[in-house]
Ligand binder design. Structure first.
Ligand code: TYD
Ligand code: MG
Length: 469
């Protein structure tokens, strides 16, 4: 039998393993992503030929046994604590991903300082990217005192685990970033799939064994996914992403996976000279620059996790001479825009084929809720007909392919937030059950739209009114 090769080629994008180098990964289609890596037996995923020893018997227990309820570490940073599901869980691993320069190190520095100050939790910050002086400089800029948390610059996982492997060690540890860490038993460079996998494996096991909370910073690739194998996201308990547009000051922390709390919860921060500040009322911030009574703008009453968030959706429709007019979207799904344009054309007779269409979610927020469909449609119709959406109105509702408007979840809390911010009217979908008909509109004047045609008709009527003066 041929000897097993000591190295193999691993795709840095999806983690597929090949015996030979190739220009393109068959697994994910990425070009130039295969890197030679050695896979010794100790690596998780490495094919080991361990002797087949009989294992220990495991013991089964019933569901309703007493479970230990360990208190969470609360940082008193409300936005951060909410996204984590109510504080950091001891013994858990949290991965925080985000573009370079978005503020991951700043956020974690502030969280550690808050944790040690507010809750007296012993914290450590291990930086593999920056020298101690650079971290100090940042801390100084953030107005932190010297004894807030412990600081070190290291990249060797062996050194880090020997240091942390003690009973009374720090309770919260930040590793900035996992791509700079290396395990010396592997030959491959830091940042490669096997290094990231082995380093995280070792650090996470130690965190579980010693009961400290591990916060790992992860880089993202140009496509916006956390670099390294998907397996890293499976290994940790919580995955948070820190996002924001470069030109904006808003930063959004989003839970995409959380074993100890709800996902899709967001925390909103504003980057200032003194670091990241919590934004308690994001709707007010996203609507701050809104100008009333212009065509092509609709306010969407959205929901991010448990929290209602109002944002403005802007559309621009302009005639084009090109065979394939441009469609550009910021902050929303372009496929979903194509669908709404098709429904407007096929079901409502509003033809936008010869026009360029631009759609923008103001403030740098990314919306993924289908409930935004009707707000997008309202902005598009308003832009196409050059008629403003009725004043002080919020819009929400999902649109189906036949043009029918569908109910969305938590209509009441959306309207409640709108009323709180001084909106007077709401364009809404029919409610899901007849029983719910009487559900409170929170003092808003509501207009129920059952089919997208009704929305087009509403704007057409306003257009006639406008022409009459
Ligand atoms: P940083 O936390 O280093 O980003 P990351 O770790 O995600 O790469 O943040 C870097 C940016 O944040 C940098 O462009 C400067 C800006 N910043 C402020 O605007 N105010 C501040 O108080 C700090 C510390 C940083
Ligand atoms: Mg950083």
């Amino acid at each position: 039998m041929a000897k097993k090769p000591s190295s193999s080629f691993v795709c840095q994008s999806c983690g597929s393993v090949y015996a030979k180098w190739a220009g393109r990964c068959d697994g994910c289609g990425e070009w130039n992503s295969l890197v030679e890596e050695t896979l010794p037996d100790s690596v998780p995923g490495g094919l080991s030929k361990r002797a087949s020893k009989r294992g220990r018997q495991i013991e089964f227990v019933s569901l309703d046994g007493a479970s230990e309820n360990i208190p969470r570490h609360i940082s008193c940073n409300k936005e951060f604590d909410r996204v984590c599901g109510g504080g950091l869980v001891p013994g858990s691993a949290v991965l925080i991903g985000g573009d370079p320069g978005i503020g991951k190190s700043t956020l974690l520095t502030q969280i550690l300082a808050a944790l040690s100050r507010q809750s007296g939790v012993r914290c450590a910050y291990i930086s593999g990217e920056e020298a101690v002086d650079q971290v100090r400089l940042r801390a100084k800029r953030l107005g932190l005192k010297g004894d807030d948390f412990e600081l070190a610059s290291a990249t060797s996982v062996r050194d880090i685990s020997s240091t942390l492997d003690q009973v009374d060690g720090p309770r919260v540890v930040v590793i900035d970033s996992i791509q700079t860490m290396f395990v010396d038993s592997l030959d491959s460079a830091p940042g490669t799939v096997s290094q990231v996998r082995a380093s995280s494996h070792e650090l996470i096991n130690l965190a579980k064994a010693r009961g400290f909370c591990l916060l790992l910073v992860g880089h993202v690739t140009k496509e916006g996914v956390i670099a390294g194998p998907k397996v890293l996201e499976h290994m940790v308990d919580t995955v948070l992403t820190f996002e924001g547009e470069r030109g904006h000051h808003f930063r959004i922390l989003r839970a995409v996976k959380n074993r100890f709390g709800p996902t899709d919860e967001i925390g909103v921060f504003e980057m200032s000279e003194q670091g990241l500040e919590e934004v308690a009322n994001p709707s007010a911030l996203f609507l701050a620059e809104r100008r009333g009574n212009v065509s092509g703008a609709a306010v969407f009453a959205g929901l991010e996790g448990s929290r209602p968030v109002l944002v403005e959706i802007q559309a621009l429709v302009s005639p084009s001479q090109q065979a394939n007019p441009r469609r550009a979207v910021v902050g929303w799904d372009s496929g979903r825009l194509a669908m709404i344009l098709a429904v407007l054309e096929a079901r409502c007779g509003l033809v936008l084929a010869g026009n360029e269409v631009y759609l923008n979610v103001a403030g740098g927020l990314r919306i993924s809720e289908p409930a935004a469909d009707m707000a997008v449609a309202a902005a598009l119709i308003s832009a196409a007909m050059d008629v403003p959406v009725p004043e002080e109105t919020v819009v929400f509702g999902e649109i189906g392919l036949s043009g029918e408007v569908r109910a969305v979840s938590q209509a009441e809390s959306r309207m409640k937030e709108a009323a709180k911010l001084g909106f007077l009217r709401a364009i809404i979908p029919p409610s899901r059950s007849k029983k719910n008909c009487k559900s409170s509109t929170q003092g808003l004047e509501t207009k129920t739209i059952e089919h997208l045609q009704d929305l087009v008709a509403l704007f057409a009527a306003r257009s006639v009114d406008k022409a009459r003066g």
